[in-house]
Design a protein around this ligand. Structure first.
Ligand SMILES: O=C1O[C@H](COP(=O)(O)O)[C@@H](O)[C@H](O)[C@H]1O
Length: 232
């Protein structure tokens, strides 16, 4: 599939522009279906974007927010993507949105994944917006190189839903939407910042197996075009 690079001089400029594009896509979803859905990433990159989006006027009561991926940790952990979203996105105007977690207080990550699959089944078919991040190792969502269920997660035959993933370097067991859940978003964004990540992206855009750099699955065969947002 195609990708388009949107470059900005600063992280703040990127955050404002990405928030506008995302809000437009959510408004279009609301106009079309009276509801809209967005799946966002965790990590260190999206904070400024979350703040900008949270202040954007929109009928947030009609928006469902979920995560692209999550750690199997309680929502008050500093490593929880849910906490990041609650603290930075679900504030101000956006506090009226409905949040669908991926973590549930179950005994195992597998039970959490099953609960998340069930609870998110009514949204994201497809998502109006998916905002992916990318790690320095070329992972996106929790599609990690060497991940325990990477082949299944990236398989175009694996249905929509949330599954578990374990990988060296990933820390806790992970919960992640599958490739088929994310690749056909009406607005599919890859948000990266810094020169190091630009270099990783350029490597991923070259030849080589998807299993080495799973972001390649998105760049090469997502059904939707990928809008790449980057700032130094
Ligand atoms: O593990 C994760 O990392 C990636 C990238 O995070 P960053 O800190 O380098 O921005 C993120 O996209 C993913 O959601 C998260 O779980």
């Amino acid at each position: 599939m195609t990708s388009a690079l949107h470059s900005f001089e600063t992280s703040a400029e990127l955050a404002e522009n990405l928030a506008t594009a995302v809000a437009d896509a959510l408004s279009a979803g609301i106009a079309r279906e009276d509801s809209a859905s967005i799946a966002v990433s965790g990590g260190s990159t999206p904070k400024a974007f979350f703040k900008a989006l949270s202040n954007t006027p929109l009928d947030w009561t009609k928006v469902s927010v979920t995560l692209v991926d999550e750690r199997f940790v309680e929502p008050d952990s500093d490593r929880s993507n849910e906490k990041l979203v609650r603290d930075n996105l679900l504030t101000g105007a956006a506090s009226a949105a409905a949040f669908q977690p991926l973590y549930y207080p179950t005994a195992t990550a597998e039970e959490s994944a099953a609960a998340a699959t069930k609870e998110t089944a009514r949204i994201g078919r497809p998502f109006d917006v998916v905002v992916l991040g990318m790690g320095g190792d070329g992972h996106t969502a929790s599609f990690f190189p060497g991940g325990s269920r990477l082949a299944e997660a990236l398989d175009p035959q694996t249905p929509r839903g949330v599954m578990t993933m374990q990988a060296e370097g990933a820390g806790e067991p992970r919960l992640t939407f599958t490739f088929t859940s994310l690749e056909d978003a009406r607005l599919l964004v890859l948000h990266i910042e810094g020169n190091a990540k630009k270099t990783v992206l350029e490597t991923a855009q070259g030849d080589g197996p998807e299993t080495d750099m799973p972001i390649r699955a998105i760049l090469r065969r997502a059904a939707s075009p990928v809008a790449i947002y980057w700032a130094p």
